[in-house]
Design a protein around this ligand. Sequence first.
Ligand code: 13P
Length: 248
Amino acid sequence: MSRRQLVVGNWKMHGSRPANATLLDGILQAGPFACDVAVCVPFPFLSETAATLASSDIRWGSQDCSAQEQGAYTGEVSAAMLHEFGCRYAIVGHSERRAMHAESDQLVADKAKAALARGVTPIVCVGETRAQREAGETEAVVKRQLAAVIHTLAHCAGEIVVAYEPVWAIGTGLTASPEQAQSVHALLRAQLRAASGAHADEMKILYGGSVKPDNAATLFAQPDIDGGLIGGASLKAADFVAICRAGH
Ligand code: 13P
């Protein structure tokens, strides 16, 4: 499959101006890469990150965006604001936000719609908890999460990036085996194909959950895994660069 892979660092709530400068410099020194590379950084660092990466092909994004256009929504950041200074991606529906901020499938879908409407590509996260996997509910859970987005976006559904992040694999050191991940990615691709036709074969489905330099290549070799969404390992330039080099 000729899809160009995408490796995205999700810094979560980490970083400082000096640490970011060191990390971004390490990534810039190591490029260019055979795959697309992006970093999703905390809101206060977006502008400085944009300036640092301006003359490179490393892309950048946010970790969330509001479902609202504008108005009395204290603390929210709109897709229009992100787009105004060149934001390429917005992660939406990360399991940490679904769990800690009670984000529903519909809210996640509305955020994806708001991002797309302003030319920001949403990276839509789906994934089951350990209890759901053990109860045999993985397929039903991820399909339900993606269905809300497909239904809300309608003919624009083909414009998103999907990230499969099994909740039990995030920050735990437990990785889904390449076969476990591939089987979920294949069913997500089938669901996208039913909605977007052959275009689904060009859509990127990233894997996230304890991706490290030593497991990235095997995961990225699976036919329906098109790169990764990297948490902890995206904070150390050497590790993130090694993962980016595993992409193609
Ligand atoms: P870890 O790579 O730290 O497991 O985090 C994955 C993740 O949540 C990326 O969004």
